[in-house]
Design a protein. Sequence first.
Length: 314
Amino acid sequence: MSELANESNSTLSLQGKVAVVTGATRGCGRAIAVELGRAGATVYVTGRTTRETSSPLKRPETIEETGELVEAAGGRAVVVRCDFTSVSDVDALKARIESEVDGIDVLVDDVWGGDMYFHFDAPFWETPLEDALNLTHNALDTHLIALHRLLPLVVARRGLVLEVTDGDNDDYVGAGLPYYLAKCGIRALGRALGVELKKNDCVGLAVTPGFLRSESMLDHFEVTEDNWRDAVGKLAPVDFKISETPYLLARGVAALAQDPSVSRFAGRTLASWTLMKEYGYTDIDGDRPDFGRWLTEVRNAGKDPAATPPDGYR
C-alpha cells in the first residue's frame, strides 16, 4: 500500500463518518465497504444475499461475511438486507439509518444484478426481451430508487455520492445493447449528479474498475486468486493478464472519500487506473495494473495482445 494510503488509514480519517454501500455482497461493493471501514468509517453493508436467504444469482457470498471483513479491517459494520428493486426495502433502510445516525457522508451505489440476463454472443433481436428488461431494471431502476430515497441523507451531511459503472467512456465495445445502456446510464448519472449535487454543496461522480478479478469472474475462468494467471489465453482472454482485484478500485474510493478537494472530480467517471496514479497506491497484491493504457496502446492500437508482454502495464 502507498504511503498516502497507509497514512490515511493509520489516522482513521473517516472516523465518525457514515458510509452506505449498495451491492456490498461481493466484488467491488464488498472491497469498497472494507476499505471505507479500514479508514475508520461506519459502513452500512447492504445487499440481498444473507446466510439465510439467497438472491437469484445463487452466489455463496453474503453481506454478513462482508460485515465481518469490515470489522476485521477496523471499521464498524451495520449489516442490512436490502433488495434495491423494492422501494419498501429501501424505505426501511432509510428509516433505520435515520434512527441511528444523522446522515450519510459517503453513498456508494454499486447495485448490478445483471449477470443472469446479458448476452454477448448473439444479436440483440435474437435474445429474450425479458432478459433485457430485467437487466436494465436491476442495473438502472435500482440506482434511481436508492438515490431518490437516500440522497436527502447525503445532502444533510454535504456528502459524496459515487456511482459504480463499467468503463470510463461511452465507446461501444460489443457487450450487448442492454449492458451498454445500463453502464452508459450509470455514467450519465455520475455526470448529472456532479451538477445537481453541487447545488447542495455535495459531490457526485462515477467510478469504474478495469478487467475485474471478482469472485464470479474467477469462478467463471475456473481459477482462484492464487493461480489466476493460469487462465490467461485459455479459458480467459489474453487481456486478463492486465486484470485487477476489486481492491484496486476500492482503495481509490477510500482515497476519494478522504480527499478534501474531491469536488474537483465532480461529474467525471474515474477509472481504477486513474485513481491509482492520482493517489499513488497499489492493488492488494502490490501490483499496478493499468488496464486503460493496455486498451489504448495494445488492444485499440491493433497490436497482438498475445505477443505483447504485460511488463509496463502492471
